[in-house]
Every structure is written in C-alpha cells, then in structure tokens.
Design a protein around this ligand. Structure first.
Ligand SMILES: C[S@@+](CC[C@H](N)C(=O)[O-])C[C@H]1O[C@@H](n2cnc3c(N)ncnc32)[C@H](O)[C@@H]1O
Length: 274
C-alpha cells in the first residue's frame, strides 16, 4: 500500500492537530513507512477505512500507535546541566522561608520523554542536602508518547543514556544489572509520570499548578501558532513566583511581558504577574 501525496497530507494534518508536531520531509518519510507497517499489521483494506477509524471513530489505540511512531524522543542524563545547578543552588534555596516552604514545591517536566531529565533534576536537588525534604518537592513528568512513559516508570537505562552523568553520581544513584543501569528504586517510587498532551484543555485541573516547569526540546517541533498556545498553557500551569526552564532553541515567540528572562541565565524565565 503506497500512500499518495494527498493521503499523506491528511495524516500529517491529523497529527499536527492532535499533537502540535509539524512534520518535515524526513519525518514524512518515516510516517510513510510507519503507515505501511500499520496497514500490514491491521490488514486495512484501503486508505479510507484507515482514515475513518483514525479521524472519525477516534480509535485511541491507533492514534497512540501513530503518535508514538513519529515523536522524536532523544534525551539523556545530565543534558545541559547548568540549568540543574542554577535550580538546585540558586532558585530552590530562595524558596526557603517563604510561603512555598510551608506548602510544597511542585516541578513539572513537560515533555519528560523516557525520564532522564526528570531523574537528573532529582539527582541535582538530592545533591543539595535536605532540600527535597525541606521544600517537600514533588516531581511530575508528562509526555504524549505512552511508550516513553512506560520506560520512565521502569527506571532502566542504557550505558549511552548515563554516559554524560559524572561517574560518582552513576555509582551513587544506579545499580548496574548486566548491561543496564537501574536507577535507585526510591527515586522511581516518588517520581510521577503520566501520558498527557501539553495542549489538553483543563491540564491545570488534572495536574494542578507548578512552581517550576522544565520544557526542553519540544517547542522546536511546533510552529508559531502551537508555540503561542504552549506558552499560554505554561502561563496557566505556573503559580505566582515561579520559573520556566527552556531548551536553547525553544524560546522563539515567547511573550516577554509574561515570561521575564533571568539575567545571564541560560533560557530561564520568571513568570510575570500581570
Ligand atoms: C526530544 S524529546 C525531549 C526530552 C527532554 N525534555 C530533553 O530535553 O531531553 C521531545 C519529547 O516531546 C514529546 N512531545 C511532542 N509533542 C508533545 C505534546 N503535544 N505533548 C507532550 N509531549 C510531546 C515527544 O513525545 C518527545 O518525547
């Protein structure tokens, strides 16, 4: 089954509407191959039956299969660690002796992919003795790709995945099992990972509000419209006196009246209270 240009366009529009991901020509090729294999697996008679099930019957399993197949999940431990240091050594200590210490500090990693970034943040905070307990820190990771959420929950990683993490931290927080690295079960127990789309309405009600949001290397896949929607979502999800951490290529079209960049600080923004 070979898709024609019009059919491929229909699927790519569907994916854009569902996930916000705009597909470039390389991803379209990947999509073409993926759809061919989905066709074989499910024995679809023709394009219309497939598209109908996707678009009009909203078959969740099929949608999930499609979305999982086009996401770019590249991530690893200790990616751009300067931000972790600023968080653990400068920003979180400022929360001590404030209202936040009396309640608890909530950190969202959106997207979390397979969990490496969220666990890296936990490790950076744990290395500052007592901070986690003192601020009663809660960590939540979300990603649209259900297979990545499962991997994050398992806490099992490859050698390549931990290769940028300083050796003493690998030794301290991981158990080596054959060729794999199992992260300390206590970290797995307290981290929360959920499948969610950042564009979901009412995310604020399902997840609650946060003091810190990390959103690195997802906005780069969105066009201007979706970027604006995404920043609006972050604005709603953030409490007062809170911070947004972005990747180095994610800040295009950010509204600087709503997010004020910290001086010299590595794509970190403070939420402005209007
Ligand atoms: C390249 S990874 C970034 C992972 C991690 N933040 C990092 O910087 O290492 C991008 C992730 O964004 C997720 N993603 C894409 N669109 C999304 C959406 N609409 N809602 C939630 N996650 C999404 C993908 O599934 C993928 O796992």
């Amino acid at each position: 089954m070979k898709l024609n240009k019009n059919e491929l366009e229909k699927i790519s529009n569907f994916i854009y509407k569902e996930s916000g991901i705009s597909l470039d020509s390389e991803k379209l090729k990947r999509l073409q191959r993926k759809i061919e294999s989905i066709f074989k697996k499910h024995n679809f008679e023709n394009f219309s039956t497939f598209y109908h099930r996707l678009r009009f019957l909203k078959d969740e399993e099929l949608i999930e299969e499609l979305i999982n197949s086009i996401t770019i999940n590249e991530t690893y431990f200790w990616r751009e660690p300067k931000q972790f240091e600023i968080l653990a050594k400068e920003i979180l200590p400022k929360f001590i002796n404030t209202q936040k210490e009396l309640t608890h500090v909530r950190i969202l990693v959106a997207p979390s992919s397979s969990g490496e970034e969220l666990y890296s943040i936990m490790i950076a905070i744990l290395e500052q003795n007592g901070l986690i307990e003192k601020l009663n820190i809660e960590m939540v990771g979300i990603d649209i790709d259900s297979s990545m959420i499962l991997k994050a929950k398992s806490g099992i990683y490859s050698k390549r995945s931990v290769s940028k993490l300083p050796t003493h931290l690998v030794e301290k927080y991981f158990k080596k099992i054959n060729n794999f690295y199992q992260i300390d079960k206590n970290l797995v127990k307290v981290a929360k990972f959920l499948k969610a789309n950042i564009f979901e309405e009412n995310l604020e009600y399902t997840l609650g509000k946060f003091d810190i949001i990390f959103s690195r290397n997802m906005l780069i896949y969105f066009d201007k419209n979706k970027k604006l929607l995404c920043f609006e979502q972050f604005y709603q999800l953030l409490k007062d006196d809170s911070y947004l951490f972005l990747g180095h290529a994610d800040a295009n079209h950010i509204d600087k009246t709503k997010f004020i960049p910290l001086k010299n600080a590595h794509h970190i923004y403070k939420k402005a209270t209007l």
